[in-house]
Unconditional design. Structure first.
Length: 129
């Protein structure tokens, strides 16, 4: 593969563009760790909690939700800037997280996921003869 500075710059630019488009089409999130837990806050304003679907498959966490426009009789939409439809976001998780104990809370348009960090303690291995 050719790796001149120009090719590398083009690859970086392409990656930034793709990252930017993926970021704008999905729900925005923050991820952080506090003590023994990993948290993910996902902005989902105006979403019905019944439409939120959270799955973990291996190390991949997927969150899907749907925002629908409120139907009003005889309404003629003049401006429609708020995104509607299905939102999906995937996060690749560390194998050091206890996804069996994942908890989700929705408050003020923000979905907060709490995932405990697995405690790795040294263990003694007995040698048999």
């Amino acid at each position: 593969m050719l790796t001149t500075p120009t090719v590398r710059d083009l690859e970086r630019l392409t990656a930034r563009v793709l990252e930017g488009s993926a970021r704008s089409s999905g729900a925005r999130l923050d991820a952080y760790r506090v003590d023994g837990a990993f948290y993910i806050d996902i902005d989902l304003p105006g979403v019905d909690t019944a439409s939120i679907d959270i799955t973990v498959d291996g190390k991949v966490l997927t969150v899907r939700a749907e925002r629908r426009r409120a139907e009003q009789e005889n309404a003629q939409v003049v401006i429609a800037e708020r995104p509607m439809g299905t939102f999906s976001r995937q996060v690749f998780l560390s194998d050091r997280l206890d996804t069996d104990r994942l908890e989700a809370r929705y408050d003020n348009g923000v979905l907060t996921l709490s995932i405990p960090v697995l405690e790795r303690r040294p263990r003694r291995i007995e040698v048999t003869v």
